[in-house]
Design a protein around this ligand. Structure first.
Ligand SMILES: NC(=O)c1ccc[n+]([C@@H]2O[C@H](COP(=O)([O-])OP(=O)(O)OC[C@H]3O[C@@H](n4cnc5c(N)ncnc54)[C@H](O)[C@@H]3O)[C@@H](O)[C@H]2O)c1
Ligand SMILES: O=c1ccn([C@@H]2O[C@H](COP(=O)(O)OP(=O)(O)O[C@H]3O[C@H](CO)[C@@H](O)[C@H](O)[C@H]3O)[C@@H](O)[C@H]2O)c(=O)[nH]1
Length: 430
């Protein structure tokens, strides 16, 4: 099928390249010239394992990119993969979605025959029906369900494993209103589904699909926060939280995934999505107390880590190495990474910060241009008065003699990744 994807960031690029891999002909529409140029030259605009190979394989053939919305006219369906960031009060900012819906509507005004518009972005329930559909109607002069259909297909990929997650998902969720839309979505996703019906395809309503995405993220974020709450209790009693959490994870009803205690969750999704659904619930008069508690526990973890550091080091004028800048291993994304919070607090306390990350340094440099960046963990540790481990990159587990070059070997581990050894003043956050 011929597909267009509007927005070519982490999701849009992954979805486009994977759809091309599945045999569809895909055009990515983005307002950013650099992204479009990179894709058309077969270069991947983001760091994501396995994605560069797909982009290189399909660029110029089944995968193209453009800044021109008119290219949508030659496609059967359009996926909206635009950012849905937070307003200052945590509520969802639909600015990019609205702008893209209007541009798409103006384009579809010139299309003969039906078109399917699918919301891929994470949006609060009723957005597709109450905001996106009407905007396209207004700009195109066509009616939902007649000139075009609307649908919602939430995306559950994780950064760092995005390609595998997309091509081998736990489930595919298709929210629509018309038989025609379900049929078209089924055809698009058919190459992902085997004869035994795996992964399960859930056909549901549009607002249910929107809410499933928030429920998924809220559950996972809350699970991590509960693990952190329990790990904080463990620490008060000198109990090994890893043993406790690993063991409860053996109960099939609990499961071992997302019980990794430590600095908590960051990234472009959990923080903004929990905030957006909390704000949306409040807007309807419901106070989501458990979800708010999950956010509060998460917000407290970086401060607990800094308290452990302050007990050992008077930060003013001291050199502190921050190991790991990405919000999790396997990505160069620093959005809402725990390291950004730590660095901000360290600078406020007058510390000299040296950061290191295998791939996220350039992104962090844009946010903190004035701190020092090292080319290796060893360089960051050399001469440091303390080190904070913020991301669980595998290479930090192998650090050993590198700690000997610290001026004072205080190591606070936010991810329980460093191997304890003699000669360092090591403390794990949990
Ligand atoms: N990042 C993830 O892991 C992930 C996973 C699942 C769902 N989501 C959701 O997917 C959506 C997109 O997230 P992302 O991380 O890919 O965002 P992103 O910021 O990485 O990418 C968005 C892209 O949209 C482009 N854009 C902005 N306005 C545009 C317009 N009017 N027309 C065309 N292009 C425009 C930007 O230039 C950018 O390239 C969000 O709703 C997010 O919550 C993200
Ligand atoms: O046991 C764990 C697992 C994760 N994390 C942290 O949680 C955050 C999010 O991690 P992860 O979920 O792996 O990454 P994302 O790429 O943000 O993916 C989440 O957010 C996406 C965007 O909505 C969804 O599509 C995914 O399903 C959902 O897992 C990171 O800071 C991790 O360090 C923990 O602290 N402990």
């Amino acid at each position: 099928m011929k597909l267009s994807i509007i927005g070519s960031g982490y999701v849009g690029t992954t979805v486009a390249a994977c759809f091309a891999e599945l045999g569809h002909h895909v055009v990515n529409v983005d307002i950013d010239d650099d992204i479009v140029r990179a894709l058309n030259e077969g270069r991947c605009p983001i760091h994501e394992p396995g994605l560069a190979e797909l982009v290189e394989r399909h660029a110029g053939d089944r995968l193209r990119a453009t800044t021109d919305y008119d290219e949508v006219l030659d496609t059967d369906a359009t996926f909206l993969a635009l950012p849905t960031p937070s307003n200052d009060d945590g509520s969802i900012d639909l600015g990019a979605m609205k702008a893209a819906a209007t541009s798409l509507g103006e384009t579809l005004a010139r299309k003969d025959g039906p078109h399917l518009v699918v919301t891929k972005s994470t949006v609060v329930p009723t957005t597709t029906v109450d905001v996106i559909g009407p905007r396209i109607e207004e700009a195109s002069g066509k009616r939902v369900g007649e000139g075009f259909d609307i649908a919602m297909n939430p995306e559950f990929l994780r950064e760092g494993t995005a390609v595998d997650d997309f091509l081998d998902p736990d489930k595919v969720v298709l929210g629509a209103q018309t038989e025609r839309a379900y049929e078209q979505l089924d055809e698009i996703f058919a190459p992902l589904v085997d004869r035994a019906g795996n992964p399960p395809v859930v056909e549901t309503g549009i607002s249910e699909a929107e809410m499933i995405k928030y429920a998924n993220n809220a559950f996972l974020a809350s699970k991590i926060s509960l693990a952190n709450d329990l790990a904080n209790i463990c620490k008060e009693f000198g109990v090994d939280s890893a043993e406790v959490l690993e063991t409860i994870g053996l109960d099939a009803r609990i499961g071992s995934a997302f019980l990794g205690a430590g600095l908590g969750w960051g990234g472009s999704c959990f923080p903004k999505d929990t905030a957006a659904i909390i704000a949306a619930a409040r807007g309807r008069g419901y106070e989501p107390r458990l979800l708010q508690a999950a956010v509060d526990v998460n917000d407290g973890q970086p401060e607990r880590m800094l308290d452990l550091l302050r007990e050992r080091v008077d930060l003013d004028g001291q050199r502190v190495a921050v190991l790991g800048l990405a919000f999790k291993p396997g990505t160069d994304d620093i959005r809402k990474s725990r390291a950004t919070l730590l660095i901000g607090s360290l600078l406020d306390a007058g510390a000299d910060v040296v950061g290191y990350d295998p791939v996220a340094t350039e992104n962090m440099r844009e946010q903190f241009p004035d701190i020092e960046y090292a080319d290796s963990a060893a360089d960051a540790l050399a001469g440091a008065d303390a080190a904070l481990v913020a991301t669980d990159w595998d290479e930090f587990a192998a650090l050993d003699d590198e700690f000997d070059a610290m001026r004072s070997p205080v190591v606070i581990d936010g991810r329980r990744i460093v191997t304890r050894r003699d000669g360092i003043d090591y403390e794990s956050l949990v």
